[in-house]
Design a protein around this ligand. Structure first.
Ligand SMILES: Nc1ncnc2c1ncn2[C@@H]1O[C@H](COP(=O)(O)OP(=O)(O)OP(=O)(O)O)[C@@H](O)[C@H]1O
Length: 739
């Protein structure tokens, strides 16, 4: 096709789209964007991009093979494929090198946000707003700098109608081809169908179409049916044929929609190679239906000799204990891990750390008691995983778990996202309105992550929802009753926010039925167990072990990104070491290795200062590059000395075992208290430095007794590894000189 033909085609295709594009332009102008804006969009910092990718890992796992296939179709056409999350942030892109470089200049690259509020009218952002496949060609882009692009984007939905992200093909506008939109649409459907099969592969799935020959193609409808006949999910083909939204579908039953029961279906498909059933939709439209059920362990076939209700009852009983919720289930909690161990509630979190044990015990006591949970902890410590685990163990497990990250949704959109809206409730609202996240969670659990970032006016609305147990969508005057468990998480100090009047005290008390704090990874004693588990997930058939050097690096590293960071490091290492039994330093990425080596050096000098062992050349970090390291070199170990049973402990003055004495009371106050006690009781005052020095001496003694094993020392002293490092660091100059 010549360029001029293409232009004609675009113009023809554009006619019915003119109003659609115009509406988007009005929204963009309403957002205060300028068409002449110079694109100085800052892509997000690397760690935020890593976080966004981590959160959307499952989407990427399903999208990657489809993107690869799509790339084969568009290779050498001056174009690229883009995958964004539901907020419009570009997660991944693949394309022709020259074009990728051009796209980079207008920030069409990983980390940049292409929602309408950032970039004005563009295929990704407009598809996100409209919830529909969108072509934006050349000057239709709101920002002139983007006019060299032609972009075809299709949203990707999960089986319950929630938007997961957008798939887009962008290219030089001169290379526009009308088939691109079709390809993108089909590809988005393929991703959705993969997602659906992965979610529900142990459920009854009905594949249907009004034409029998379309069953098994991308146009077929797929319905997922629970053992009790409730509809759990559907692909886009099904929603289109049924004329229903994802949320409306969940209110339906199989008999209501197709006039049949699961028992009748099992009965019909008892024989292999059974012909499709002929059924009627509510609209009266006849459809052909075929069924699939790959039950997990005990096949339902065992019950197929029975008939009618008896079969259904038996199916419910057989499947119920093993079944997991269809949507946000264990696998999504595992964030797309490609196999390996599955989350099975709170038990999954028990990997031997005493603080976590106590936490799990507390949480188990309030399970199903309608007590809101407030989960505190640094980023990546597993707050969301804990919330999901509680959900999985609760009686709401078969209902949705809906997670909302209050920090990642633009402030202007949080209200609509949470409460939903009616048709035309505000400029830019999707045409058919949208069900808010609170309603989507109905019957199940709503997890509000980063609750400290919730704008204040919304705090008041949320409080009302919690008090009145009902929600009123934007633009509506009808309130809808909701039954949800609410869990929140934050890494912020909410009490400080209350004092600063940025967080409502009444909401805080409403959300804080039970507050639990997940320890930072550096404070945990079960690092090795977590490492084993992650490696088993990454390489289920041949989980590698860590070399002694890598173990030592891991033990001494401070893990600011906590388990998320550990999982990322291990994921890369597991791939790099494919085919090998052990992960060594050469399998770690350079930036991590440099940082970890530096911390190891510090850690070793602290321990040596404490136990009076001369530094060996290896310990001083001869292996800064890590690649040529002799992994078995006799380096001083941070953690490798086995922890001695308590019977072998040295006698320790009880006052030194209580960290609170030292943690909560500044030394000058301790000294003052000692002085007061002395005056009152007639004892000799204890000078301040004696207390501090005694504490250091005790730490050093215990460290020496356990061969410099900081973990074992932290257990014996009852203080965290970090506290040990902090206290030794403070005194290191002095200690080293004295030794
Ligand atoms: N105990 C654990 N065992 C194995 N993996 C874990 C564990 N806890 C958390 N993870 C993994 O670490 C990553 C981060 O967990 P999660 O998202 O729950 O942390 P978070 O505290 O909610 O983070 P953020 O505050 O940034 O939202 C996830 O990939 C999760 O699967």
């Amino acid at each position: 096709m010549t360029t001029s033909n293409r232009e004609v085609d675009v113009a023809a295709a554009a006619l019915p789209r003119a109003a659609f594009i115009e509406r988007s332009h009005q929204r963009s102008a309403g957002l205060g964007l300028s068409r002449d804006a110079r694109l100085a969009v800052e892509p997000m910092v690397r760690s935020d991009l890593t976080l966004a990718r981590e959160r959307n890992r499952r989407l990427y796992l399903h999208a990657a093979p489809v993107m690869h296939m799509l790339f084969e179709q568009i290779r050498n056409t001056d174009s690229m494929i883009v995958l964004t999350d539901a907020a419009g942030t570009v997660l991944h892109s693949v394309g022709d090198d020259d074009f990728l470089a051009r796209a980079d200049k207008v920030a069409l690259a990983p980390g940049a946000n292409w929602a309408e509020h950032s970039m004005g009218t563009n295929a990704v952002g407009t598809a996100l707003f409209e919830g529909t496949a969108t072509l934006v060609h050349g000057p239709e882009h709101f920002i002139h700098a983007n006019s060299f692009l032609t972009c075809s984007a299709a949203p990707i939905f999960d089986p319950r109608g929630n938007m997961l992200g957008v798939l887009d093909v962008s290219g030089d506008q001169r290379s526009y081809h009308q088939h691109t939109m079709g390809l993108v649409r089909m590809s988005a459907r393929m991703i959705e169908n993969h997602w659906l099969s992965d979610d529900c592969n142990n459920r009854l799935r009905l594949h249907f179409h009004s034409r029998a020959e379309f069953i098994g193609t991308l146009l077929e409808g797929i319905l997922v049916v629970g053992a009790d006949g409730r509809l759990l999910g559907a692909n886009r083909g099904a929603l289109d044929q049924l004329g229903l939204s994802g949320a409306a579908l969940r209110a339906q039953t199989l008999s209501g929609l197709l006039g049949t029961t699961t028992a009748a279906i099992y009965d019909h498909f008892r024989m292999p190679m059974s012909a499709p059933m002929q059924l009627k939709l509510l609209s009266g439209q006849g459809v052909y239906v075929s069924a699939r059920f790959d039950w997990p362990s005990r096949p339902v076939v065992a019950g197929l000799g029975l008939a009618g209700d008896e079969v259904e009852r038996q199916v419910v009983e057989e499947i119920a204990p093993a079944a997991e919720p269809c949507d946000d289930d264990a696998r999504s909690a595992n964030s797309g891990s490609s196999g390996g161990c599955k989350l099975s509630g709170l038990q999954y979190l028990r990997t031997g750390d005493a603080q976590v044990e106590v936490l799990v015990g507390k949480v188990q006591r309030v399970l199903d008691r309608d007590i809101p949970l407030l989960i505190l902890g640094e980023t990546g410590t597993g707050k969301e995983l804990l919330a999901r685990a509680v959900h999985v163990d609760s009686k709401r497990a078969r209902q949705p778990f809906v997670a909302v990250n209050c920090a990642s949704i633009p402030e202007t959109l949080i209200e609509a996202e949470l409460f939903g809206y009616e048709d035309g409730a505000f400029t830019g609202a999707r045409r058919k309105g949208a069900v808010g996240r609170i309603l989507q969670a109905n019957g199940g659990t709503l997890f509000l992550d980063e609750i400290g970032d919730m704008p204040q006016p919304l705090q008041a609305r949320l409080l009302r929802v919690l008090q009145e147990r009902s929600v009123t969508p934007l633009g509506s005057n009808k309130s809808i009753a909701v039954d949800i468990a609410v869990f929140c998480a934050t890494h912020r100090n909410l009490r400080e926010m209350i004092a600063a009047q940025t967080f409502r005290e009444d909401l805080y008390y409403r959300l804080n039925g039970l507050a639990v704090r997940l320890p930072a990874l550096r404070e945990r004693s079960d690092l090795e167990a977590i490492v084993r588990r992650i490696l088993l997930t990454e390489r289920p058939h041949d989980p590698p072990t860590l070399s002694a050097k890598v173990r030592q690096l891991f033990q001494c590293y401070s893990w600011p990104g906590n388990i998320r960071q550990l999982a990322n490091v291990l994921r890369t290492a597991a791939v790099m070491s494919a085919g090998e039994a052990q992960i060594n330093c050469s399998h770690l990425s350079d930036d991590f290795l440099e940082e970890a080596q530096a911390q190891l050096g510090q850690c070793i000098s602290l321990q040596l200062a404490a136990v009076d062992v001369p530094l060996s050349p290896v310990a001083e970090g001869a292996d800064r590059q890590g690649v040529t390291a002799d992994e078995s070199s006799p380096v001083p170990q941070c953690h490798s000395t086995p922890f001695k049973p308590s019977g072998e402990r040295q006698a320790i003055d009880a006052s030194f075992l209580n960290p609170l004495v030292f943690e909560s009371c500044p030394p000058h106050e301790l000294a003052m208290r000692s002085t007061q006690t002395a005056v009152l009781g007639g004892y000799t005052p204890v000078p301040q430095h004696t207390l501090e020095q005694a504490e250091i001496d005790m730490i050093r003694k215990v460290l020496a007794a356990v061969g410099g094993n900081v973990s074992a020392a932290s257990k014996q002293l009852g203080i965290s590894r970090n506290t040990i490092y902090r206290k030794l660091l403070k005194n290191v100059g002095e200690s080293v000189e004295k030794i």
